[in-house]
Design a protein around this ligand. Structure first.
Ligand code: FAD
Ligand code: MG
Length: 321
């Protein structure tokens, strides 16, 4: 019988993010294989190095289509579908703007308005041309760039879950720097902290208790810089080319698959609380927790998790049953 009171934690830094794996068995070799799997996907998908399958597509922009492996093709196809939903704030072709702003990387600054206007013309997701026959991707304009930063960690978290299941692990947790995916229910439920925006490491607004679910948080406080009293964060509005400006400090999504959590945090960011809650009424499989700048915690619903508020600076709105 597995002792679920004894947790073994393994950590690494991959994809510029702290990675945490929790198991209830002491198995360094398994942890090493999980980190190798993450590294394998990072090597295929990164745009922070000169070479990867995604960079091969980007380097060939305006020149020729590039055939990629099936998982990379499927992920790009999924990212394009999310990007071409009506009024979507998600855009896989946002790369030229991400590279220009450099938010979260050295050398970040507010670009001149004319640079943003020019780069916006290179970010139409409809122009990411997919060929299902040979699984190739073509960016027809020189300077176009795919960026999977808003979806790849979710995709990889799901692959880690599948791998752990295949290895016979019934209970475990992987955290890819804000993308949490869990297996099973150790001694009750998993307890996941909801980070307090712009606070010291470890400060929490509350906790979510879940089982067999993913919890993905996207916040403006993770990667940003301040200039003239204004915060410029890393979630860009594909309509304007500037960071999305609304009432939100963070959005958390509880869902079965982490890829959905990653996509929906960005979609929700673009909608704002009211429209987001209305949209989620038709999607009982996707639940959101919004943290607003005015210190409200708003739950769209909470059928698949239990939320406990710990910080009295915040006001809880929405059902907690
Ligand atoms: P999310 O909100 O899920 O995504 C925000 C990110 O998506 C932005 O950082 C940008 O890349 C992109 N984006 C911005 N606006 C939009 C939009 N409207 N639609 C779609 N996408 C948008 N960080 C490092 O510091 N160094 C690294 O070497 C590094 N390598 C990475 C390799 C991989 C494979 C991945 C997936 C990430 C890597 N990162 C690295 C982190 C990356 O730069 C982003 O910061 C991270 O993916 C953001 O994830 P998130 O969940 O915090 O935010
Ligand atoms: Mg995301």
């Amino acid at each position: 019988m597995l002792d679920t009171t004894k947790v073994y934690s393994y950590s690494a830094v991959l994809m510029g993010s702290p990675i945490l794996l929790k198991l209830f068995v002491n198995d360094e070799a398994l942890a090493a294989r999980v980190f190798r799997l993450i590294k394998h996907y990072e090597d295929l998908l990164t745009v922070n190095r000169a070479q990867s399958q995604v960079m091969d597509i980007n380097h060939a922009a305006g020149k020729h289509p590039v055939r990629v492996s099936s998982p990379v093709y499927a992920l790009i196809k999924c990212a394009k579908a999310a990007s071409t939903l009506p009024n979507s704030a998600f855009n896989l072709a946002i790369g030229p703007l991400v590279k220009r702003w450099r938010i979260g990387f050295r050398g970040d600054s507010v670009p001149p308005a004319e640079d943003i206007a020019r780069l916006l013309t290179l970010t139409n997701p409809q122009q990411v041309l997919l060929n299902d026959v040979d699984e190739s991707v073509y960016l027809p304009l020189p300077g176009m760039e795919i960026d999977l930063g808003a979806i790849a960690k979710g995709y990889i978290a799901d692959r880690v879950r599948d791998y752990l299941r295949k290895e016979g692990v019934e209970q475990g947790l992987i955290n890819l720097g804000g993308n949490v995916q869990t297996l099973g229910t150790p001694a009750g439920l998993w307890s996941i902290g909801l980070k307090k925006p712009f606070s010291q490491a470890g400060a929490m607004i509350g906790t979510l208790e879940i089982a067999d679910k993913s919890v993905v948080t996207s916040g403006v406080y993770e990667r940003y810089f301040a200039q003239n009293g204004h915060i410029y964060h890393h979630i860009l509005d594909p309509r304007t080319g500037y960071p999305l400006d609304n009432e939100l400090d963070s959005v958390t999504i509880v869902s079965a698959d982490s890829i959905d959590g990653d996509i929906w945090t960005t979609l929700m960011y673009g909608m704002g609380v009211e429209k987001a809650c209305a949209t989620l009424r038709a999607r009982p499989d996707i639940e959101a927790i919004f943290v607003t700048k005015s210190k409200e915690v708003i739950l769209s619903s909470s059928h698949h998790y239990r939320f406990t508020l710990l910080d009295n600076d915040y006001r809880l709105i929405g059902s907690t049953v």
